[in-house]
Design a protein around this ligand. Structure first.
Ligand code: CDP
Ligand code: MG
Length: 764
């Protein structure tokens, strides 16, 4: 019996739980949401309201003869749609109208570029069309790459639902450290990085019959490399089909790159956009966005649409989230008779950022019950990768966080930058996908013309390439300049990446991969982390280093809520190991393990359980890779001093020397650096003379994050290329060395010479 027949009148009981009466014996497939007018009959409201929410909590037998009451948890993440609902929503997508033309194109060509507005169904439909049409027969996989982990997972979930398949069976996904596929898998969503790593094992990607390179317009570093790799592969694999999908920007470039590959545009309609600019630049974009949101919410009818706010990252997003809640509470408490359309219970605020990939809630994609407004605060992931229906208002502060590499000083940093015009257009497009919408740009109109680039600079031209160079070398591409890049990276970036790899021992002076380099490439980690793991294994502490590396691969483990910051800081101190943040992380993990990986224990000590849990999973994955490559897992026992030395082996180039009481200078670049206030070393009486750091945070001050005190002799051992000993002081009688002064070596000369050799190796 379908849900349509099974319903009597649904109602919401006082604790927000929906209850409905269904006929006895009817199978509950979907719960229809009430329309505004609750007095209408359920059949009618069912049609008005559309999609379903909730899963069945419990079924109560009613004493009267046939109906039973079914309780639905309206807050549950789980949705159940009828097959008919799903089929209908698929058919409404613009790509459906173009289905037969698309399939013909795919049959006739080996490579093609498909363009469509976001939300037209490229990501969710293309792979399904190919599968249904049997183009990829013979047991070969259909692969679909995504630049972002969060998108890969969420799209796989959606497609599994549409195909009525269990996730991990016919439809699966793979991201770094996580593989949800099986032998049965036919459609595989993955990050572009995963496809690259698969190419290391099988250069010809034999198991794929068809590969969709999705979101190519994003020009992520890995997508660019995948495209170059496929270009080399196409002539060897005549049976392989490659489909590149792109939003409207950049598309022609891909066609040209693949020798005028056919372009196909999915027809779709766009609606007029209304743009409202700030009169002058805003001082605090979080504040401005919050004001704007609250003002929209109180002055418009709720059913006029949902609100999407773009923010740069987790911190901004959380601040915005809290501030909106606070401000709304204020507005409604100050004047309860305030004449607004809406009240505080009528909003639900969602956040999307890519901290932990599993975190994204399915509910973000559902429409809320009538009379409730959705406010979504997201990073630029919501620009094109994820489409949320029902957005009618967009708030765009005009910024995004970008990874920027300064090859001259060899520093990578995450920096908040103005977005490009193409991104601003995409953002405003999110408001007018299904009807006209409004975008509030928190910057003056003149900014668009005067201060914004037309397009974002592709990642390959603004990021550190050490990882990529190591990967290409492992793929046997010795002459990296010969690799077909859509846009070549700056020569200087190449050189400094080669230099970095040479410095940590992955390449020899002629640019060839060393055996250490080969071993490093087996790990899906940045080269310096692979190195410390390998060195630790040789020095009897890989058990501990495995934990440290895993902990460095997850977002912040310490939880610091605004209202309990002091308490949280005090709790954090419990775990401090005086000379090292790396060892502090090890300490946290070890204690968590002693407490049986308990969730409650984490809450008690202000630790993010999910981050720790993730670290544990990553640790398991890395452990498997170690076993496979016969890398010994050995524990140092209670003596942790050797661990610090091993950390130094991978990070000697990221070193700072104390200057004055609490300041440091970067040993290589001479730049002033401060310890981050969250460091275990911060506020210590006697600060160590030399530290290495894991990351630099560039704000008004340059902060070293996650630092470890190191011995100057270790620096000489692992950094002899960079550093010289300037002065050694002895205590006369015993001849014991008491003071060593390390300085940046005769660097320019050394680098020049090396540069010369590396350049030669590129030229050859
Ligand atoms: O890739 P493209 O931007 O062309 O569209 P898509 O991501 O395939 O989205 C097509 C439709 O599926 C949109 O209406 C999305 O809202 C919906 N969708 C969803 O409901 N849940 C997801 N996890 C992903 C997409
Ligand atoms: Mg898409």
């Amino acid at each position: 019996q379908s849900s349509r027949d099974g319903f009597t009148s649904p109602f919401k009981n006082p604790d927000g739980v929906f209850a409905i009466n269904a006929r006895k014996g009817s199978k509950l497939v979907a719960i229809r949401r009430l329309a505004r007018d609750q007095s209408k009959s359920s059949r009618q409201t069912a049609e008005v309201a559309g999609t379903a929410v909730g899963n069945v909590l419990g079924i109560k037998e009613d004493k009267t003869e046939n109906p039973i009451a079914v309780e639905i948890d309206a807050k549950s993440d789980k949705i159940e749609l009828t097959r008919a609902d799903i089929e209908l929503s698929r058919r409404k997508l613009p790509s459906y109208a173009a289905k037969s033309a698309l399939l013909q194109l795919i049959r006739d060509n080996q490579i093609m570029v498909i363009i469509g507005e976001t939300g037209s169904g490229k990501t969710t439909q293309l792979a399904q069309y190919i599968y249904e049409a049997g183009i990829c027969a013979g047991g070969q996989l259909i692969g679909c790459t995504q630049p972002r982990r969060v998108a890969a997972i969420s799209v796989a979930k959606r497609v599994a639902l549409e195909m009525d398949a269990e996730l991990g069976q016919e439809v699966g996904y793979a991201i770094r450290f996580e593989d949800e596929t099986s032998e049965k898998t036919k459609i595989k969503f993955m990050t572009d990085g995963i496809l690259l790593r698969e190419a290391l094992l099988d250069e010809t990607l034999e198991k794929y019959g068809c590969i969709v390179i999705d979101e190519a317009h994003e020009r992520s570093l890995n997508t660019d490399i995948v495209l170059g790799m496929l270009k080399r592969l196409l002539s060897r694999r005549r049976d392989l089909k490659v489909i590149i999908t792109s939003a409207t920007m950049n598309a022609a470039k891909f066609s040209k790159f693949f020798g005028s590959a056919p372009l196909f545009t999915i027809p779709g309609r766009t609606y007029p956009k209304k743009l409202i600019y700030s009169k002058s630049p805003v001082e605090d974009y979080v504040e401005a966005a919050v004001m704007q949101t609250v003002s929209i919410h109180v002055s418009t009818e709720i059913d006029s649409g949902d609100i999407l706010i773009f923010m740069t990252g987790q911190e901004d997003i959380e601040a915005t989230f809290d501030a909106i809640k606070e401000r709304l509470a204020e507005v409604y408490s100050r004047n309860s008779s305030i004449s607004t359309f809406n009240d505080i219970d009528n909003v639900e605020i969602f956040t999307i950022y890519s901290a932990l990939p599993g975190d994204i809630q399915n509910r973000i994609f559902e429409s809320l019950p009538s009379g409730k407004r959705k406010i979504v605060i997201a990073t630029n992931i919501a620009e094109t990768s994820l489409t949320i229906d029902g957005i009618r208002y967009v708030i765009d502060p005009g910024y995004a966080k970008m990874k920027i590499y300064n090859s001259r000083i060899g520093l990578d940093s995450l920096t908040v930058c103005p977005i490009a015009r193409a991104n601003a257009d995409q953002r405003s497009g999110r408001a007018s996908r299904t009807s006209p919408g409004t975008t509030y740009r928190l910057y003056p109109e003149s900014t668009v013309e005067e201060d914004m680039f037309a397009q974002t600079i592709p990642e390959i031209q603004r990021t550190n390439l050490s990882n990529t160079v190591l990967l290409l070398k492992t793929l046997g591409i010795d002459d990296i300049m010969e690799f077909p890049f859509i846009d070549a990276p700056p020569l200087q970036t190449f050189l400094s990446s080669l230099y970095e790899l040479f410095f940590i021992g992955a390449l020899d002076a002629s640019g060839k991969l060393t055996s250490l380099g080969v071993a490093m490439s087996r790990f899906p980690l940045q080269p310096s982390l692979s190195k410390i793991l390998l060195i630790a294994s040789q020095n009897g502490c890989s058990e501990e280093m495995l934990t440290i590396v895993s902990m460095l691969s997850v977002p912040q483990v310490f939880y610091r809520p605004k209202e309990r910051m002091r308490e949280s800081d005090l709790s954090r101190r419990r775990f401090f190991v005086a000379e090292s943040d790396h060892l502090t992380l090890l300490n946290v993990y070890s204690q968590w393990k002693c407490n049986k990986y308990s969730h409650r224990w984490c809450n008690k000590y202000f630790l993010h359980y999910k981050s720790l849990q993730r670290a544990r999973e990553i640790r398991e994955q890395l452990k498997k890779i170690m076993a496979k490559n016969r890398i010994k897992l050995v524990s140092a026992g209670p003596d942790w001093s050797i661990i610090r030395k091993c950390i130094c082996s991978g990070f000697a180039q990221q070193c700072a020397k104390r200057s004055g009481l609490s300041k440091y200078v970067h040993l290589k670049t001479g730049m002033d650096i401060q310890l981050h206030p969250t460091s275990a070393l911060y506020g210590m009486g006697d600060l160590p003379s030399y530290i290495i750091y894991h990351e630099l945070l560039m704000t008004k001050t340059e902060y070293a994050c996650c630092v470890t005190a190191v011995d100057p002799f270790w620096l000489m051992e692992y950094g002899a290329l960079l550093y010289d000993i300037k002065r050694v002081a002895y205590v006369n009688d015993s001849q014991r060395i008491t003071q060593v002064d390390v300085q940046s070596g005769n660097l320019p000369q050394k680098e020049d010479e090396l540069e010369h050799r590396l350049k030669r190796c590129i030229a050859e």
